[in-house]
Each structure stands twice: as C-alpha cells, then as structure tokens.
Design a protein around this ligand. Sequence first.
Ligand code: MN
Length: 417
Amino acid sequence: MLNKNLKSWVDIKPDSDFSIHNIPFGIYSDAEVKHHACSAIGEYIIDLFVLESADLLDINRSVFEEEYLNSFIGLGKPVTNLIRKKLIDILCDQNSILKKDEHFFKKVFKKQSAVKMLMPVKVGDYTDFYSSIDHATNIGTMIRDPKNALMPNWKHLPVGYHGRASSICVSGHSFYRPKGQQKPADSDNPVFGPTKLLDIELETAFIIGKQTQMGDSVSTEKADDYIFGMVLFNDWSARDIQTWEYVPLGPFLAKNFASTISPWIVTLEALEPFRVKGYEQDPKLLPYLQYSGQKNLDINLEVFLKPQNGRENKICASNYKYMYYTMEQQLTHHTVNGCNINIGDMMASGTISGPQPSEYGSMMELTWRGTKPIKLNDGTERKFVNDNDTIIIRGHCNKDGVRIGFGECIGTVLPTK
Ligand code: MN
C-alpha cells in the first residue's frame, strides 16, 4: 500500500502536501489556458492535457480539456487509478522525457502560485451530514439539555440534510454576509438584517465517482467503489437565521448562501494508507450499516482566521478520525432507500469536532455560543466571523514520514450587499 521507496526527480519539500504519494486531480486556468485538468507535485501543477500531447498516459486527451473532471472521473476507477499510477511512474522515472526536455517540462509544469484553481467538478447534488459525536453533543448541550444532548436517532443512523450545490465555491472566493430573518430572544417578533452570528463548519466532503440507478443501494463493502476522493469543506452557517428557521424541517437559508471547498481532489487510493479504526459504535447498528475493517481516516485538520491585513490565527486543530460514522456508512445510508447518486455529487462530513475544546470545529463551539471569545494576535476578539475576515482550512495526513495533504480551503466574508 504505502511504498516509502517512491522517489520523484522533482524537488519536493518535506512539508509539501503534494508528495509523490498524493497525485490529486484538479482544474486550473491561467493567461493561456481556459481550463485544463491537472495534478500536483511539490510546488507545481502538472497540465495533463499538455502532458498527453506526448502520449504518455494512453488516453484520449480531450477529457483533460473539459471544464470539470466529471467525464474523467466517469471513466471509472480502473482508468483513473491507472492514470494516477502512470503519473507516479513518470515522476519517478529518472529517464523521463519531462526531466530531459526542458522545453517540454516548462509547458507541462507550472508553479501553483502562478495559476488559478477552478471548481474541480460540476456538483449535481450536495448532502451534508452531522456525524461527529463531539459536535452533535456540544450543539445538543448548548441548545437543549446536557443530559439528552443527542437525539434518540443519532446513534442509529447518520443524520443528514440535502443542501444546495449552486453556492459551493472553490477556495479563494469571497461572498457577501447573508441577510435574513432572526428572532431576538427578548422579542416575540422576528427582525430582518445581516446575520450577526456568521459561523464556520470544519468539514471534509467526498465526491461520488460512480453513478447508480433509482432503486439501487450501495452496501458498506462496495461503498469505496463509488467514492472518487475527498476535499476540505467549509459549511458557512448563519446561526441566528438557523435557530429561527430550522424547525421543523432543518437547515435552509442559514446554510445555502455559500460553502467553500479546496480545489484538489485527493483520491481515496492516496488516502488508503492513512486508514484507522473507527469509533466503537454502541448500540449496535442495523445490519445494513455495519461494516468491517479499518474505515476511518487519520487526517489532521486545522482552521485559521485571518483578519483583513492581519496575520493568521490558528483557532482549531481537529482530526477526521473523530467521526462517529464513516463515509462508507454515510453513502450506504444515503442510498438505502433507493436514492440514486451521480458523478460529481458531494457529500460533506458534518462539522468535525474532537473531544478537546481546542478541537471544536465551529465558532459556536469554540466560543461556546459567544460566551468565551477567542483572542486574536492583533488584540481583537471574535465571537463569530467579522466582515473581511478570511477563514483558511488546511488538512494533511502523516504516517511514517510520508505526508499527503489537501492544500487550502479559503473563503472571505464581505460586508452585506
Ligand atoms: Mn455542516
């Protein structure tokens, strides 16, 4: 699984997210290229369309010229995994034409800092889960009762809701502070205005790589065949709008104004060596949700808040391994009723909080509903996110000296339009 002997001829810093073990997929643009599929190594992107002009990957290269990766992903894992393996071989081959031909190298390799990353997939449908036990317990404690923090269904199924795909944006974007109805605690009537309680949610999302038909269900054993890879995900949330609107049907306008993803899809195959044991699930789940093997993932996740013209402040360090339900269980539950899935669908983890207060994945939890403000390095405080604040999520796996990562998931809040 993890071949530690792999060594690329490309110079890669030890702390790079884009080691030879990663080889993620994305879409980029620059002054010459409107949109090409690419991979990443070290500080470079690899233009797959231009690379394939030398027939190194043995694939019809028009698939790398499309606006999104959906068609490429749709070729299926036997093809996409082979492409990834060929890229690794090329990048390790000391006699590679790319290494020897400087002109060709410069056409294929571009500095990541010199290109703009675009949305990697066209997202048809987006679902958000609620699968971190620490997060669900914290929220339940705050808004209900510490003794009954988890609802009776929580330990029997991965709770989720259908979100909105149209406002999922790639890292580097900004969006306007949303407006909406809120009901102040001291009033019987709602008011209208910009949200006062704009929050983040530290999440990851997995991307569907294989379609099903209506009526089909995906078992926990087969689920990985349907998951192409993962991205970082910030599920921006307006807590005051949410509190007023969510009864009885759940999140709506408090969530659908913006979500941010990281631009590189890290494949499930790259993540496989970082599998760890999942949560002990007690009570025992219904048979369709049970699984065997190590199905959680050890992914270090960090959140930073950067005020306008200020420095980054690390506000949270969590880990994907704190998830109670695995991705495979989420997908199985999502399809158990026959709901069909399509390539490019995105399913987000839900806020990933750990057991320690420094591991909480939302401002709501970090500041305990605003009662414990966070002190920033410029001397100011935050209870929630201010206008012109930038939130940066980073994530990486590290095992036996091998590191792979997701790059960055960056979004900035603008004053209300
Ligand atoms: Mn969420």
